[in-house]
Design a protein. Structure first.
Length: 53
């Protein structure tokens, strides 16, 4: 019976780690999207400003 308790504890810990990982991935994806939009906007606003662009 104690073995089942330890398996349950391990499963809850794994769930917590995976949940945190999913949250971090979702945050990273949104950050990349935001940075991409900012860089596109920056490039469009400064399109005619530089000769090298």
């Amino acid at each position: 019976m104690k073995f089942l308790v330890w398996i349950g504890i391990a499963m809850v810990i794994c769930w917590g780690v995976l949940w945190l990982g999913v949250k971090m991935v979702i945050g990273s994806v949104h950050l990349l999207l935001l940075l991409g939009v900012v860089l596109i906007g920056w490039g469009l606003l400064h399109k005619g400003g530089s000769a090298s662009g």
